[in-house]
Ligand binder design. Structure first.
Ligand code: SAH
Ligand code: SF4
Length: 427
């Protein structure tokens, strides 16, 4: 999501005549687009701010700006550090040119207003991916859920959906310029809803279908689904279209009902497993991936065991796994002590990671012998005589071949695997 926001910022600044450089010594303006979801993300940015400050010592005219969620959350602390000239929250990017013009020594500029309407719908992001094959498209912004651990609703504001016509136009544009895959982004795509002037509505399943029909050569992915909201209609729409990749990211967070209540996720373990069963009944080969938080407030050893057991029961293909990090101002920070000792959090997280490594390997082994259509992304990192690309289930495939190029579709047979990669041959 931040990558795509950066693409929006580049577009807004390009219209003002700014060029992009990745060489810090050349930059007149240095912007860091930031994440607040866990404390360690913010700590890394404080480290970067020190680094930018060194630049300012030799080049006092350089402008340093912090944009994104950390700007929204820590506005005053950032200004008080006297090391930044610009603080701009996620809904203020259209004002960046003006803010940059108004900066003067000892006159830092700030805009952290959140909006109920801003979707940057009309802006054509300047793509910064390196392969020219796969593009992100934001379909909504903000979030109306209040998961008790999560800072996102406070930093990114209320949920709003983007006009589907602008989404389709952007998808057609990127396809016309050579991209072969789009990923539709939202914090909770299942609650996407557009109400047209004529009273018609477009929900996420409708939107996904419209994007899926653009071309048989354009694949579509999306992230993230919320287990409480993922509908039969969406699952069945996915099943109907080959262009919709068969991979669902369905963050479970915990396998314990007590934790799920405290997290305010608004589903139970049984409900979650029912959604998984529905997905498997419509699309037996659909990959399911997840997010897990270890060591949330009051988590008992039994709660932790419940997380390990739901992981085994679902057999996740991949997961993002985190230790709980208390975020100031959230419901959890206000209501529940962050009472799991750091060494216990670390131990539980490593058990979760170890189990997921085994599940990922098992999942990959199940694919040995299968034939997949993959979208080539380019040469493999390890071996220039091999190409790599992803299957519909999002698994990375590598295979010896130099004849094809990024953006080609090829059929491969899986010969062997590691926990992270499928080793294949061209069919
Ligand atoms: N909208 C998405 C998640 C966005 S944040 C969803 O609802 O699934 C991405 C992931 O970061 C979350 O799924 C969660 O696992 C993790 N996360 C969020 N807040 C966290 C916190 N305070 N500590 C640790 N992990 C957190
Ligand atoms: Fe955060 Fe929950 Fe919204 Fe996801 S759905 S962004 S975890 S509040």
């Amino acid at each position: 999501m931040n990558v795509n926001d950066t693409e929006v910022i580049f577009s807004i600044l390009a219209d003002e005549g700014y060029d992009r450089t990745e060489v810090m010594d050349e930059a007149d303006v240095i912007l860091a687009n930031t994440c607040s979801v866990r404390d360690n993300a913010e700590q890394r940015i404080w480290g970067r701010i020190e680094q930018f400050h060194q630049q300012k010592k030799t080049r006092p005219e350089v402008v340093v700006g912090i944009v994104g969620c950390m700007a929204e959350r820590l506005k005053d602390a950032l200004l008080d550090s006297r090391k930044v000239d610009l603080v701009a929250g996620p809904d203020s990017y259209r004002s960046l040119p003006q803010l940059l013009r108004d900066i003067a020594p000892d006159r830092p500029q700030i805009n952290v207003l959140l909006s109920h309407e801003e979707t940057y719908g009309d802006i054509r992001p300047v793509r910064i991916d390196r392969n020219g094959v796969s593009a992100f498209i934001s379909i909504m912004r903000g979030c109306n859920n209040v998961c008790s651990y999560c800072v996102v609703p406070y930093t990114r504001g209320a949920e709003r959906s983007r006009d589907p016509r602008t989404i389709l136009r952007e998808a057609c544009d990127v396809f016309a310029s050579g991209y072969k895959e789009v990923t539709l982004l939202g914090q909770n795509v299942d609650s996407y809803l557009w109400k047209g002037e004529d009273g018609t509505t477009v929900d996420f399943a409708d939107l996904l279908e419209q994007v899926a029909l653009i071309s048989p050569e354009l694949r579509v992915r999306y992230s993230t689904s919320h287990p409480k909201d993922i509908s039969d209609k969406l699952i069945e729409t996915m099943g109907r279209h080959d262009t919709i990749c068969k991979c669902i990211h369905l963050p479970v967070q915990s396998g314990s009902d007590a934790m799920l209540v405290k997290m305010r996720r608004r589903y139970t373990r049984a409900w979650y497993l029912d959604r998984v069963a529905k997905i498997r009944s419509v699309m037996p080969d659909c990959a399911i991936t997840t997010d897990i938080i270890a060591g949330f407030c009051g988590e008992t050893e039994q709660d932790h065991q419940d997380t390990l057991s739901i992981m085994r029961e679902v057999g996740y293909d991949a997961a993002f796994m985190f230790q709980y990090s208390e975020r100031p101002g959230t419901l959890a920070a206000r209501n529940y002590p962050d009472d799991i000792a750091p060494e216990v959090k670390t131990r539980r997280l490593s058990e979760i990671i170890e189990l997921q490594n085994a599940l990922s390997l098992e999942s990959n082994r199940r694919d040995v012998g299968k034939v997949f259509r993959i979208l080539v992304e380019g040469p493999s990192k390890r071996n220039p005589a091999e190409l790599c690309g992803r299957a519909s289930n999002n698994k990375m495939c590598v295979f010896p071949d130099t004849a094809h190029k990024a953006g080609d579709y090829v059929d491969v047979e899986v010969l062997s695997c590691t926990q992270a990669t499928l080793m294949c041959r061209l069919v």
